[in-house]
Design a protein around this ligand. Structure first.
Ligand SMILES: Cc1cc2nc3c(=O)[nH]c(=O)nc-3n(C[C@H](O)[C@H](O)[C@H](O)COP(=O)(O)O)c2cc1C
Length: 186
């Protein structure tokens, strides 16, 4: 059988136009880009917690220290995250795939209060994670069907070990081709 991708390439040459890849092709190639897994958490107006599993975290700037993550515009919790002035991003550890699945569920019905610790500034973060950043919202930008939320880092935990000190050694959870995996602690 003829390879459909080869057909598209020939078509592009004939017409002088590049045909766009499909969204499923885009997802498939992006799935080959291994990432870590995080949980974004905010305090709600009623003093509760809203949390969502994400893998769209990127480091944007050092001065100031900026992070960015992308929130789906159709999220049932969109307003909670998009309007939050402050949020945390916890980097999940390799034994937290269950936590990742819990906060990938739609809405907040599966929230477990014991998953969270509260920082001195009142922000919730995931207990047992590799570490977390506390952020103040810096800006937000609609980008297609997502909104990019930039956060300025105001605190983080744990602070990296100083020279000569042993690193804490918790390994992060990875995500690759739609599955969780252990990165190991090399
Ligand atoms: C590994 C993984 C990474 C995800 N990354 C994102 C992300 O970066 N942004 C996002 O909006 N949703 C992401 N999701 C989906 C959300 O966790 C959640 O399932 C989705 O928002 C549906 O729930 P909601 O409608 O209550 O938001 C991810 C899910 C998984 C399992």
């Amino acid at each position: 059988m003829r390879d459909p991708a080869a057909h598209r390439d020939t078509h592009a040459q004939d017409t002088g136009q590049a045909s766009l890849p499909s969204t499923s092709e885009f997802r498939k190639l992006m799935g080959q880009f291994a990432t870590g897994v995080c949980v974004v958490a905010v305090e709600t107006e009623s003093g509760g917690v809203a949390a969502m599993t994400i893998n769209s975290l990127v480091s944007v700037s050092l001065e100031p220290m900026l992070l960015c993550w992308s929130l789906h515009n159709s999220s049932s919790q969109f307003d909670l995250f998009a309007k939050a002035e402050r949020f945390t991003i916890s980097i999940l550890s390799e034994d937290q795939a269950e936590v990742a699945l819990r906060y990938a569920a739609r809405g907040d019905s599966r929230l477990v209060a014991d998953d969270f610790a509260t920082s001195s500034t009142g922000l919730p973060s995931i207990i047992g994670s590799v570490g977390h950043f506390e952020c103040r919202q810096y800006s937000s930008h609609t980008a297609g069907d997502h909104t990019m939320l930039l956060g300025e880092v105001t605190a983080m935990s744990p602070l990296p070990a100083t020279e000569g000190e042993e690193e804490a050694g918790v390994s992060p959870l990875g995500f690759f081709k739609g599955r969780f995996f252990s990165i190991g602690n090399e």
